[in-house]
Design a protein around this ligand. Structure first.
Ligand code: F6P
Length: 364
């Protein structure tokens, strides 16, 4: 009898919890009688003339996978942009993906990816309705709409909070205003979650405009009482007058611009110093993408991994798995694509609580 085969790949920026999902997928697939292969280097690996993969086994998917950061399958970013840059059309790139699926003889594919990957999978399914694909949401940015949590977010918030605890001790000793720049692309979820749990005085997110004079007054007020230090958390994509984010232009058949964030924290330090208060910036960068996987991400990765295999086995594909109100559910990828990115809104409980805690979070 021909063996049944499922493939799994990790796509986009990595995070902690990917390996937990791979391990769970392996265990459930084996129970149901499937072979599980790990397609290496994400969509790029699938699109190759000879798709690259490893056969997953007990040794590769041992229990240490629950806690390890990164992806044992490697990951790729900007697959479509760089493919197009190399002169291949978008249609041909999609064809290469569906050919890869067929060459590997898959009965189903699990893509662990962010909002960009889901959009690409949607386009792929439009051309190839016979492909059986399920997406597991992952991203430290937590900006995948439809799900309360994506794999990797909680670990990232814990990394930030632990770093801010260290930063607070030096801020106190030197009576400084410390600006901590965090990741998140167009969403302020990392900033507001980490800011609330580390007692930040100012949290700036891309969703809300702010008044730099109000930031400066808030900083000064921290030095008027007994506190004598101040913590400002700023999300990497926050804008400022007199500051421009760097842009990387990929100049292929389709001109594609990618913003490379970094620098807003130092810009704020320069403005804060105008008050006469000493200030420093710490940019946390990619440490937010690593670290021992948090308990929540281990559980989430495990639940998503098992359910992804279940969906393929039930032939209930074309779905994005979501975690909503403490339950796992699956939404149609087409529904997701109507509104792919989840950002903070004025009605979010985090926003209200931050304000009621006296944190300056901009003009909401
Ligand atoms: O999307 C995840 C993320 O970590 C963002 O928060 C950040 O802007 C980006 O990826 C960094 O990407 P790269 O690894 O390409 O520098």
């Amino acid at each position: 009898m021909k063996s049944r085969r499922i493939g799994i790949l990790t796509s986009g920026g990595d995070c902690s919890g990917l390996n937990s999902a791979i391990r769970a997928t392996y265990i459930r697939a084996k129970q149901l009688g499937y072979d599980l292969i790990g397609i290496t280097r994400g969509l790029r690996g699938l699109a190759k003339d000879e798709p690259s993969y490893v056969a997953l086994n007990d040794q590769l998917c041992g229990d240490s996978m629950l806690t390890s950061g990164g992806s044992i399958l490697y990951s790729d970013t900007k697959f479509m942009a760089s493919t197009v840059e190399s002169g291949i059309s978008v249609a041909d790139a999609r064809k290469a993906l569906s050919n890869g699926y067929k060459k590997l003889g898959l009965d189903g594919l699990i893509c662990v990816g962010g909002d960009g990957s889901v959009q690409l999978i949607n386009e792929l399914l439009n051309d190839n309705e016979d492909l059986r694909i399920v997406v597991i949401p992952k991203t430290i940015d937590n900006d995948v709409s439809g799900t309360d949590l994506a794999i990797g977010f909680q670990t990232s918030v814990e990394v930030v909070v632990s770093a801010v605890e260290n930063i607070i001790s030096t801020a106190k000793s030197h009576e400084r205003a410390m600006v901590v720049e965090v990741m998140g692309r167009g969403a302020g979820h990392i900033a507001i979650n980490a800011g609330l749990s580390s007692g930040a005085d100012v949290i700036l997110v891309p969703e809300f405009k702010y008044d730099i004079e109000k930031v400066k007054s808030k900083v000064m007020s921290c030095f008027n009482g007994e506190k004598n230090y101040c913590i400002i958390i700023v999300a990497e994509s926050v804008e400022a007058s007199g500051f421009k984010h760097k842009e990387e232009v990929i100049d292929g058949v389709v001109k594609y611009t990618h913003v490379v964030y970094g620098g807003i924290g130092q810009h704020l330090v320069n403005r804060i110093k105008e008050t006469g208060i000493d200030s420093r910036c710490v940019t946390l960068g990619h440490i937010q993408r690593g670290g021992k996987t948090s308990v929540i991400d281990r559980t989430l990765g495990t639940m998503f991994g098992v359910e992804a295999v279940n969906l393929i086995d039930e032939n209930n594909c074309g779905k994005l798995l979501c975690y909503v109100n403490n339950k796992i559910c699956a939404i149609d990828i087409r529904d997701f694509v109507r509104n792919p990115t989840k950002t903070l809104t004025r009605d979010d409980v985090y926003v209200r609580i931050a304000k009621q805690m006296g944190v300056y979070i901009g003009e909401t």
